[in-house]
Design a protein around this ligand. Sequence first.
Ligand code: ES4
Ligand code: ZN
Length: 349
Amino acid sequence: LEISSFVAALPKVELHVHIEGTLTPSLRWKLAHRNNVPLPYLTYEALLESYNVLYNHRKEVNGDNGAPTFLETYFAGTQVLCKEEDFYELGMEYLQKAKDMNVRYVEPFFDLQAYLPRGIPAATVLNGYMRAQREGAAKFGVQSNWIMCFIRDEPVEEGIAAYKAARPWAKMEGGKGLFHAVGLASNEYDRPPLLFETGYEMAQRDGLYVTMHCDVDQKDAADHVHEAIFSVCGGKGAQRIDHGLNAVDRPELIAGLKDRGIGLTLCPHAYHRRQKTEVLFPKIRKLWDEGVKFCINSDDPTYMHNIWVDGAMEKVYHYCEMDKSDMVKLARNSVEMSWADEKLKEELL
Ligand code: ES4
Ligand code: ZN
């Protein structure tokens, strides 16, 4: 699906993109050599090819067929990131790409816990991303507020420890201002959102926002959405939900999202890898027609066939039969759902 000039020119905002999921094969190749990190691929072509596989294996459900799962592939990529400069370059490459797509403001996720076990200090990661945040704003005019994800299939205490280490870089009184929210990512099998309640409460006491992944068609997906709407954050619910598409099957979840004003950050191409066009896009259209607020995002573009946020929006434009004013409304939703400060929001609207 070719990106229309309309979608290309539309001023955009992206709220669901994992910075590690924007690592290009070329940067990965360069960093592997610079840092002497062995790659499981002998040639650049083999590395490129590894990004092209439709990763849809869930060992817990399908058994271990020997092929890496999506998340194993994604976390394998993080191995080449070692030095502050590496994190900076990853951030800058993405912000440059954002500018090239007319994306004005982004809230990228980062997985601090992917690096700490390798002995990389939190400061190395966070200073690298923070330099990209500042320089990306100055050089490309792309503002960003970042989101620290808890890795939900690791022990809760490790997530809390990572949060404590990251705290000086939070956007709070006396903080450095890199990240303004916490999220919840990685494998959600038997890892419901409420497990991380302590983490959300800490973050909220610090004045940060809270979002969490409830990925599509996972085991207990709708129950996870239910928890994210009604149970977490002391029963107030999350402030956004990442994915959450399974709400479409349950009227009480649709009502809960609307009553509580919780928006979904949908990533249509991520679902399109597993669901047929005629199954997937009517669900997105139904949420739209029901008045559930959502915005359109890429998730892990380099690991998902290089479909970036513009490509994701094009899919919705085309397959949900949206008109131009719908697309403008979608772009406005991402501004309204963002946690940019009020002045910046006004500029973006
Ligand atoms: C992710 Cl596709 C997906 N699911 C869960 N966690 C993630 N982190 C990055 N991509
Ligand atoms: Zn995601």
